[in-house]
Design a protein around this ligand. Structure first.
Ligand code: PMP
Length: 399
């Protein structure tokens, strides 16, 4: 099967999510993938921060195949060991008592947080402009991107969106009627935006003072992506609820809503659930991911590799690049001009997969196991990619 054959087939059979061309990929190993024509790419998209251990990691392969051969699924009318072990493991990572709800995606993890929040009896919610929390209706109501919301109005709930990173705007919006505040520690989808230091701590203080739940959406930043198990741990902030997905399953669909303390008791039996939540195969994969991150010292590696990548890009001093921002291996290359789509295409032509996450931002989210050699290969190839995309006015922003 060739690229063009598979392209023709998907266009006839799949709903088109993004309206952009898709490269047909057939297989992957580590941080490399191959298309249907046999061409190799360095994968710095990583399934959008999903393939934490890269493609085909032996620990995940073994865990999945052993588990599917043993017990592939049980309904939540029963219980299997993998979801119990995974929940225990997650709670140990956070070093706090709580309870875990398992589902299958980031949006579902947010929906569960939404319902937990509504069980406080309060109806008002606060989220951030530009924030992304998923495409299901509740998650979309929290997503602060009007273009994504507009075709589906009215959305559930009364949500105030405040500017991201502005603690005083948050303080003004949160009242004793606010059920919860939901924040990403780094806004991923809107362009890898890092808030000012102290923002999450201020959110914690503001929510505590009003008896409001603090929900941190770590779907993109969690499970090692920023060099910590959770991005909020680096700032010493303890949320009431954390949402996880993406990297947790190392490629298998799994989401988790972790609620701590009193928040863990708000949903009572019968109020929420999902057939596939806690699926033993997905949970076994997640356990393998967590074990491997721990035993192979991957958090430290992410810190070092992230610095190497970031400093390497900065050192290029390329005139297209205004800034590089982010944390660990979640980085945004900010361009002076809205050239991100064209840079993405030029990179792809050069065998590098990157993601234009905003008109002027390229997101890098390689597998956490990306090697120094792979980073150096990327850094060697990037200047020619950028040179090949001329600025629209024939000048750079430095002129
Ligand atoms: N929250 C955040 C912070 C995300 O980045 C995403 C996905 N990009 C989601 C929620 C939704 O996750 P999913 O696509 O798995 O529903």
């Amino acid at each position: 099967m060739s690229n063009s054959e598979l392209t023709q087939r998907w266009q006839g059979a799949l709903m088109d999510n993004y309206g952009t061309p898709r490269i047909p990929l057939t297989h992957g190993v580590g941080a490399r993938v191959w298309d249907a024509n046999g061409r190799e790419y360095l994968d710095f998209v990583g399934g959008i921060a999903v393939n934490a251990l890269g493609h085909g990691h032996p620990a995940v392969v073994r865990a999945v195949s052993d588990q599917i051969a043993t017990l592939g699924h049980v309904s939540n009318l029963f219980v299997a060991e993998p979801p119990v072990a995974l929940a225990e493991r997650l709670l140990r990572l956070f070093e706090r008592p709580g309870r875990v709800y398992f589902c299958n995606s980031g949006a579902e993890a947010v929906e569960a947080a939404f319902k937990i929040g509504r069980r406080t009896g309060r109806t008002h919610m606060v989220a951030t402009a530009g924030g992304f929390h998923g495409r299901t209706m509740g998650a979309l109501a929290l997503t602060g991107q009007p273009a994504k919301q507009e075709p589906f109005l009215p959305l559930p709930g009364v949500v105030t969106h405040v500017p991201y990173g502005d603690a005083e705007a948050l303080r003004a919006a949160v009242t004793t009627d606010t059920a919860f505040v939901i924040i990403e520690p780094v806004q991923g989808e809107s362009g890898v935006i890092v808030p000012p230091a102290g923002y999450l701590a201020a959110a914690r203080e503001i929510t505590r003072a009003t008896g409001t739940l603090l929900v941190l959406d770590e779907v993109q930043t969690g499970i090692g992506r920023t060099g910590h198990w959770l991005a909020c741990q680096a700032q010493g902030v303890e949320p009431d609820v954390v949402t996880l997905a993406k990297g947790l399953g190392g490629g298998l669909p799994i989401g988790a809503t972790v609620a701590f303390g009193a928040a863990a008791e708000l949903l009572t039996p019968g109020q929420h659930g999902s057939t596939f939540g806690g699926n033993p195969v997905a949970c076994a994969a997640a356990l393998a991911v967590l074990d491997t991150i721990e035993t192979e010292g991957i958090l430290d590696h992410v810190e070092r590799a992230g610095q190497r990548l970031r400093k390497g890009i900065e050192a290029l001093g390329h005139p297209h690049i205004a800034q590089i921002r982010g944390a660990g291996l979640l980085l945004g290359i900010v361009l002076h001009e809205p050239l991100a789509q064209r840079v993405q295409q030029a990179a792809q032509d050069a065998g590098l997969l990157v993601n234009a996450v905003a008109s002027d931002v390229i997101r890098l989210a390689p597998p956490l196991i990306v090697t120094d050699e792979e980073i150096d290969t990327f850094l060697r190839a990037l200047p020619a990619v950028l040179d090949g995309v001329p600025a629209p006015h024939g000048t750079s922003a430095f002129d």
